[in-house]
Design a protein around this ligand. Structure first.
Ligand SMILES: NC(=O)c1ccc[n+]([C@@H]2O[C@H](COP(=O)([O-])OP(=O)(O)OC[C@H]3O[C@@H](n4cnc5c(N)ncnc54)[C@H](OP(=O)(O)O)[C@@H]3O)[C@@H](O)[C@H]2O)c1
Length: 301
């Protein structure tokens, strides 16, 4: 579900490209989402649990890629319906931080709110979850200014000198990773890669292990500029986190955004998972991406 969303569309497109899956998209009856050919579309009443159970019967996997503003209970009801329909695997609505890391999981409300769904799947014990960890999407965060870099106005704020390393992934790669994962055998007897290896666990994907400073340099290469063409402000990551927390407490959602990105700009808070976790890009055969090439595409020059 969510197959036309920011990440759902990428997953759907990668799954379709394999020509190996029978895909059913679940969508709200009131949604004007339209799906590509080759997908069975089930639009229905999201207040009806029986609608979900009926759609999920005989499915091998439920992929949830729902908007942040969707009702929190919706995901729980989908998970319960998947258990009733005996769906063996669920990709819960993750696609973000390393929620296996206690700091980045528990300090950021948007991450902490995802724990209950993984717990629910384990408690129901009918399905296994696989959580995709990809950190901020590169092709979303850079043009959105979330890396502290305002391309249009040539200004940047570098936290802790912009040197903190973190992982970031393009949405195409996330979509491809899900398709590659689902193309693995369900299990293997000889320790070769299988889907079951990731059961009730996270799968870690990364396009780039980089820093704000490296990204800024990459943008400068793409725009044929240097530091002297930019207004660069140095700031403290802890200060950014404190300010963002205050904003959030005043009900400003941008505070949540600041807390999330701030955790990637400060060392040791969980944004740098490739230093400690097994990155699955190799196992899944994901193509190697080039930071400067990707930046150039985003900057559009
Ligand atoms: N790593 C990152 O940088 C990053 C950035 C943003 C989001 N994320 C994560 O990615 C996941 C998916 O987010 P997204 O941005 O891809 O989602 P999205 O594009 O905002 O929405 C996905 C789908 O959710 C459905 N939807 C929208 N409003 C709904 C509502 N009120 N009730 C029920 N369904 C609703 C719609 O599907 P239908 O119209 O077909 O019903 C929509 O296409 C989330 O877990 C989010 O936290 C990660």
């Amino acid at each position: 579900m969510g197959g036309t969303g920011q990440i759902g569309a990428q997953i759907l497109s990668a799954l379709l490209a394999t020509k190996a899956f029978n895909i059913t998209a679940i969508s709200r009856s009131e949604s004007d989402a339209s799906f590509p050919p080759g997908v069975t579309v089930k639009k229905g009443d999201y207040t009806s649990d029986s609608f979900f159970v009926d759609v999920l019967r005989d499915q091998d996997v439920l992929i949830i890629a729902l908007a942040f503003q969707s009702p929190p209970e919706l995901q729980s009801r989908m998970i319960a319906a998947a258990a009733k329909a005996n769906v063996p695997f669920i990709f819960p609505n993750e696609y973000g931080s390393d929620n296996g890391h206690p700091i980045i999981r528990d300090n950021i409300p948007i991450n902490a709110s995802k724990t209950r769904y993984r717990d629910q799947i384990e408690q129901l014990n009918k399905s296994s979850w696989i959580g995709v960890v990809n950190n901020p999407w590169y092709d979303y965060s850079l043009p959105g200014g979330f890396f502290g870099i305002d391309i249009k106005n040539r200004s940047a704020t570098l936290y802790d000198n912009g040197l903190t390393k973190f992982n970031t992934t393009t949405r195409t790669t996330v979509g491809l990773a899900v398709a590659k994962l689902l193309s693995l055998p369900i299990s293997s007897s000889d320790n070769s890669p299988s889907l079951s290896q990731y059961a009730n666990d996270f799968v870690y994907i990364s396009s780039f292990h980089t820093s704000q400073r490296e990204i800024l340099t990459s943008v400068q290469k793409a725009t044929n500029t240097t530091d002297k063409d930019w207004k660069i402000t140095q700031s403290s990551a802890q200060g950014y986190l404190d300010e963002s927390m205050e904003k959030l407490q005043q009900g400003d959602f941008m505070g949540m955004v600041g807390i999330l990105y701030g955790h990637h700009f400060k060392e040791g808070l969980g944004g740098d998972y490739s230093s400690t976790r097994p990155i699955a890009n190799g196992v899944l055969g994901l193509p190697k991406e080039d930071l400067d090439e990707t930046t150039k595409e985003i900057v559009g020059v």
